[in-house]
Design a protein around this ligand. Structure first.
Ligand code: ATP
Length: 291
């Protein structure tokens, strides 16, 4: 029987090798740049994100983080180079095809519209509807939305209008909407910007769980370095549209690198006993607070 096992594993290897997507990064940039009216917001960048990885992009205001997400999502056209998603150049995707592969959760989530939570979740299914707005398997779609609502504790809110929800609840609905889209890659642009600590952790935990269960690839822009250190497997640090560092939180979030990047006093690094990742305490330039 050994020969059979060997033959099967050889066959599997060959199948993997002959499948051009099998070894593809989820996202790859080759010299990709973004410019507005000739001003470079992202300098030519080559960068790869492997399937299932959790990346966080960090950098000061105006360093090109959102522009980089825009390049990956196709919201911004590359002024140079190539962007591939799931092994295929962005330019080759139709809008619907891309929406099945990649979803974006913006900073302000969903606006406080008069539509219900149920409607908002259903809107996430747009890449799977035909031109008459029908799903090919209505029952499966209903079951999916019910699972998502349960998971996000939205079941009791399905008939509520978005303008009757808190900002934190609306951000949860926004996450539910992108979950309904069933993407393989999720881009998050400061998803916790307007949330209190409870909802910040809640949002990051939900994304982390989704990633762990379904092998989702995640790229998030965050301003909170300590939150980034807790969730990211890898960090990309930008300044003036250029990569200044890349690596694990332990490798990258050193007091020197962070102090230099944000032009602040090098923060005090404390090892968090429970979670085992570096956490940073910032201090005013004078070394005193409140002055
Ligand atoms: N639509 C636009 N038109 C012209 N310039 C733009 C546009 N969007 C961004 N920029 C410029 O590109 C540069 C990078 O901006 P970007 O928003 O990508 O930075 P960021 O790191 O996401 O900033 P922040 O942390 O403040 O959100 C900035 O100089 C900004 O002024």
């Amino acid at each position: 029987m050994d020969w059979m096992k060997k033959r099967n594993s050889r066959k599997q290897r060959q199948q993997r090798n002959s499948d051009p997507l099998a070894a593809s990064p989820a996202i790859s940039l080759q010299g990709a740049a973004c410019a507005y009216d000739g001003q470079q917001a992202v300098q030519p960048l080559s960068w790869s994100v492997q399937p299932g990885e959790f990346w966080v992009i960090l950098g000061p205001n105006g360093s090109g983080k959102s522009s980089l997400l825009g390049l990956i999502s196709g919201a911004e056209r590359a002024s140079a180079g190539v962007v591939n998603v799931q092994g295929r150049p962005l330019a080759e995707y139709s809008r619907r095809q891309l929406a099945r592969e990649l979803a974006v959760l913006p900073q302000d989530g969903l606006p406080p519209l008069g539509i219900t939570v149920r409607d908002a979740l259903e809107m996430g299914r747009f890449p799977y509807r035909d031109r008459f707005g029908r799903e090919s398997d209505i029952e499966a779609a209903k079951a999916l939305l019910a699972r998502i609502a349960k998971r996000l504790a939205l079941t009791g809110l399905l008939s509520r209008r978005l303008d009757e929800l808190s900002g934190g609840q609306r951000q949860r609905v926004a996450l539910g909407q992108v979950m309904a889209q069933q993407p393989k890659v999720l881009l998050l642009d400061e998803p916790t910007a307007y949330l209190d600590i409870y909802y910040q952790l809640d949002m990051m935990e939900l994304v982390q769980e989704w990633r762990a269960e379904e092998g989702l690839t995640v790229v998030a822009v965050l301003h909170d370095l300590n939150l980034a250190a807790q969730y990211a497997q890898r960090l990309l640090l930008l300044r003036e549209g250029r990569r200044v560092a890349e690596g694990t939180p332990e490798e990258v979030l050193t007091p020197e690198v962070v102090g230099d990047l944000y032009e602040v006093m090098p923060p005090i690094q404390v090892g968090h006993e429970e979670i085992g990742v570096p956490q940073l305490l910032f201090r005013a330039r004078s070394g005193k607070s409140g002055k």
